[in-house]
Design a protein around this ligand. Sequence first.
Ligand SMILES: *Cc1c(COP(=O)(O)O)cnc(C)c1O
Length: 360
Amino acid sequence: MKKVYNFNAGPAALPKEVLQKAQSELLNYQETGLSVMELSHRSPHYEQIQHNATELLKKLMNIPENYEVLYMQGGASLQFSAVPLNFLPSDQTANYCLTGSWSEKALKEAKRVGNTHIAATSKEQNYTHIPNSLNLSDNPAYLHITSNNTIFGTQWKSTPSIPSSIPLIADMSSDILSKQIRIEDYSLIYAGAQKNLGPSGVTVVIIKKDLLEQCSTNLPTMLNYQTYAKNNSLYNTPPTFSIYMLSLVLDWVEKQGGITKIEQINGEKANTLYHVIDSSNGFYHGPARKDSRSYMNVTFTLPTEELTTTFLQQAKEHGFVGLAGHRLIGGCRASIYNAVPIEDCKELAKFMEQFRTNFM
Ligand SMILES: *Cc1c(COP(=O)(O)O)cnc(C)c1O
């Protein structure tokens, strides 16, 4: 088989070792004679899988005792609705930082529920940076941020400073587990799994217990976070295979040396590509402002549409997959989540340099 370098934005690369482990257990999980996909979600074998995933996530991310880890479905996109439905009472205002398409979508859903306010935005500058000042509304219910802007290639470098009485809620779909964060800064974190955590199908939610107590009581059962907390995320059938894959990815992260080590490698990977862009005499242009550059999604453009098309075509011939920018903004994007090896980034850097010297 031809070597493929996977730079897909999501679903994205999974560690080869994880796929091999899943393959080896696919037909017979731990001598049960069954696949994980065939086990009851009430069986001790499955409960152990989910328990291991939760315990390992808590350990890797340093999640304190006063937080719950929940497994939900509907992707990050359902969280856009679940957050305001649970935590936006009619006499308060939900605050949003608009830093790209995903935060726009989150805001759109909150508007259906109640009062909203844009606390900061870089929309007028085409989302090329993370805003550095905030303007909160009166009586804010919470502040919502998108920690990494998958489409535009920008990332928050520190948490916005707000009074601790205001819950900070973050969509971390595309940078969870990629670097160390202080969980205590957040009241709720959510992430669709298909970028850094595993395959699609499961959404991880990390929620502070005192926020959990404030859930609206009038909601459909499956939209209420308390349903998941009270039933160990087993009120109904969870996405068992996705959670199994998550547990294997977490084992892999631990074997790599945990988040500290992963963060260091992610920095090297990103710098390898940004260096090619910055030393290209303007042939490659990175639209994201340097202080806001994402370490997960490296976006860049070429001088013309024609060159972009040629670049993408030749890249494909060389085995580089997933480099076309998002359909909304075009250009190119290399998504370099945890599972993308540094060697693949170096190969891409070499290819980009070669392509430039051929055309300049
Ligand atoms: C991919 C992505 C989403 C959408 O996730 P779904 O699981 O497809 O709903 C939302 N937010 C961010 C930051 C993303 O990267």
